[in-house]
Write a protein that binds this ligand. Sequence first.
Ligand code: GLV
Ligand code: MG
Length: 346
Amino acid sequence: MKTPSAFYKPLAIGAPEPYRELPVSLERMIHFVPPHIEKMRAKVPELITKVDVVLGNLEDAIPADAKTDARNGFIQMARENEFGSTGLWTRVNCLNSPWFFDDILEIVPAVGDKLDVIMLPKVEGPWDIHYLDQLLAQLEARAGFSRPIMIHAILETAQGVKNVEEIAAASPRMHGMSLGPADLAASRGMKTTRVGGGHPDYAVLSDNNDGGVRTAHQQDLWHYTVGKMVDACLSYGLKPFYGPFGDFSDTAACESQFRNAFLMGCLGAWSLHPTQIDIAKRVFSPEPDEVAFAKRILEAMPDGTGAVMIDGKMQDDATWKQAKVIVDLAKLVASKDRELAEVYGL
Ligand code: GLV
Ligand code: MG
């Protein structure tokens, strides 16, 4: 572990100062684009107006013989577009792949000044973050960049989950983490064939006290991991995210999984299909009724102390803090989304 005074020092002479706090940005959906497909790249200008983050995916789902085209396609789409307040991220190949090194060495010098976040897959421990951290500092110093590129880890191996706190604490370059349920299922030896979501057999059977019909109640396979990730992230000032939901035909299940993650503290999820953009927008923007109620709490307790009753419910310093989380998020959403700004009355 570094000493506190060393923690915030740039890792290369001339590299930008690391952030002490994350830049404020709305990231309800991280929209995945396969950059080797020209038709998909052509949609980027329109996507920029619709999503909070555009991510060029270079890792899984990109065939081995298209890895170079995907990398070049990402550089092209980064150069050809102005992203404004929409984030530009890339998911590079994992550290033990034959593509990672060239992904970093080509992308950072070419478009690193436009790149907000590098998503690093299959992070096992802090050593993975340290390696990329050092490499980025050297490349940023050489290119003379003025702001650091952030790192977002995918939590998708058993060892990564075991080390989640050390990963969160590894560097001031850490932006946050996403749950990667597909790789995590494989790494853990879970007996599923899905990308995220529930499983009908992961259930609790009701008691059989009076010999009546017993009902099975499906449980959330990801509850434990999301909880662990949220605690690690929030302890270190980072942002937690749900990852992919692979059944594009089941929008209700996708919405329910995203909503569980939102309620537990996540700030966004991946959108892999256009229908998931609206789902994520709906879920990760706070409910207008909740915002209205939260505003009432803040108004009733101007200095955030004491206790008041609102609609028969007790409010105190702790609910004031919950209300502030909701109103602060609503303000951030309102700054980007005029329609919701009106609904929220902000
Ligand atoms: C995402 O990368 C996953 O493995 O779920
Ligand atoms: Mg994965």
